[in-house]
Design a protein around this ligand. Structure first.
Ligand code: ZN
Length: 70
C-alpha cells in the first residue's frame, strides 16, 4: 500500500498516511495534530506509483507485449 506524505498548512506538521488509491479519493485527509483539513500533499511515494504504472502501460501497449509479433 502506498504511503502519502502530507504537510499541514496550519501547524506545518508533516505526517504520512498509508492508504489505497481508492481511499485517497474517498477520504478527507486531516492533520493528526491539529485536525485541520488544510493539508497539502508532498510528492513522495506518488512518483513511484506513476512510474510503475507507466511502465506497466508500456509493457501492455507494446507491439510485442505478450502475443509476440517477431
Ligand atoms: Zn496541523
Amino acid at each position: 500500500m502506498p504511503i502519502y506524505e502530507y504537510e499541514c498548512n496550519k501547524c506545518e506538521n508533516i505526517f504520512e498516511v498509508s492508504m489505497s488509491m481508492k481511499d485517497r479519493e474517498d477520504k478527507t485527509i486531516v492533520c493528526p495534530k491539529c485536525k485541520s483539513g488544510n493539508v497539502a500533499q508532498l510528492f513522495y511515494g506518488v512518483k513511484v506509483n506513476i512510474n510503475k504504472r507507466s511502465m506497466i502501460n508500456n509493457n501492455l501497449g507494446g507491439c510485442c507485449g505478450g502475443t509476440g509479433c517477431s
